[in-house]
Write a new protein. Sequence first.
Lengths: 567, 48
Amino acid sequence: MSPLDWIVLLGTLGFIVSYGVWKTRGSKDIEGYLKGDNSMKWWSIGLSVMATQASAITFLSTPGQAYEDGMRFVQFYFGLPIAMVIISITVIPIFYRLKVYTAYEFLENRFDLKTRSLAAFLFLVQRGLAAGITIYAPAIILSTMLGWSLTVTNLLIGMLVIVYTVSGGTRAVSVTQKQQMAVMMGGMIVAGIMVVRYLPDHVSFGDAVNVAGKMGKMNVVDFSFDWDDRYNFWSGITGGLFLALSYFGTDQSQVARYLGGRSIAESRLGLLFNGLLKIPMQFLILFIGVMVFVFYQFNQPPAFFNEAAKNKVYATPYGEELRGLESEYAGVFEQKQEAVQDLVTALKAEDAGAIAAAQRQVNTYTAVGKQVREQVKGVIKKAVPEAETRDTDYVFISFVMKYLPAGLVGLLLAVIFSAAMSSTASELNALASTTVIDIYKRSVKQDGSPIHYVKASKLFTAGWGGIAILFATYASLLDNLIQAVNIIGSIFYGTILGIFLVAFYFKRIKGNAVFYAALLAEAVVLYCYYFTDIAFLWFNVIGCLGVILFGFILQGLIGKKKKELVA
Amino acid sequence: MKDTRPAVEETPIGKPPFFKRWAGMYWLVLGNLAFLILLFYLLTKLYA
């Protein structure tokens, strides 16, 4: 990285952290620290909600996912706008009416303490793990780039977030998220413009989209139904709806964002703002990934995008074999490049026969290239068994580091760090508020002073930060980072959502029934995860419907037993 | 058994911008979703 990149990166991060600490210093009570004194306007809530969901993983993994798999991941978000409407109508007025600090307080009001504690516990487990991955994602990049140890980079990122989150609580999270969103969106738009500008002169933007389409990357919507297919219209609109309902309606890291609003109207507008803009934002990020893919049809891509892993292999006896495969891959690329040029010429001429012929050739070379890449991964695995052979998370950052000019590299790294900080800050803030409000203040120390609970919240924020850093240090790349977070979420979210749906809509079901129904439903989800091939998005549906179904059955049995006892 | 918990206050909900009722805002969000799905479907068909 050039000195200019360091200035941009450190200047951006330093300014955001200092501004957050300075602007939000001196919260004296729990209302101010955990709810930001209910002072947020709708646009602030909307940006905060979007920044919380958009982690570094979003900006690292999503373009890589589009590079590998095309645009179809956008379908994952189809259920989100519907969820925003449902939550605005039903959930927000209830939370405001009860003046709750956390979503789980409502459960004690509706059921009992044990159901509240169970939901809070499930949240703490899954969000605690997710916070670790949120820190880990940018940490691996920095460690790869600078050759630092992962522990040091995890510590640096985690500590930076802990500083302003501990200092200013919820308001610090929201204040900094506005600037972080500006950096993220600005940086990604600049990256999108640059990648299109770097295409060869004779390839227009339209040609680039056409080439992407002919190579199967413009697969935005797929209406075919398949239980095992992770991303199609049906899994997105149903599984995605359940996941979004659960995430935005019951996950404290999001609930805290809109509970800090000035009024119900401001909170509703904030969520609806997210419902309008989330899909276009994800489309843009995926589309940048597709443009990077097109860019690499005219420029030699590396046979493996994780340079650090390759460097380790060069130092082993397998180094020569790897170099051989890399030159073979370069040879295949040269042949493919000619076929891609033919495809562009045929597309410009609108010659259907020539397009089909060129497309066949491109597909053949793409398949050969994929085979060579698989061999490369095999060699890496043999040489360095602990190395991760999925390199999609490195596609975008590798492009940024290699091709963007000085200054912009720093800006794009600031995008990734801002995203990591914004979501981690929300997570730590939510973990602390749930621990303090639902466990400490409710079951451990009920008679503390306001300042005592502020101090406890600060302590728990720092504590959860420490746990997240520890988990990040020991996390390894699971499948793909963004999917790892979504899988962890899907394992727990369905059950939590089920508890809340029963609370809102099934008044017949009482505390005992819903508590044991939730335990049974979670067991079913864990069985599905470990012993079946069901796509993870469906876990949300299974967990949620499981709680409702078991709840009805158990309530029936409990009711019957009570009648017998009375008789 | 009688519910002895204190009654919760009814919080007034303000009007949304641009529309007279909240239903207008909700239809805007859902209409935007429908428009995007249609647009994405056309993109998929056009570039397949």
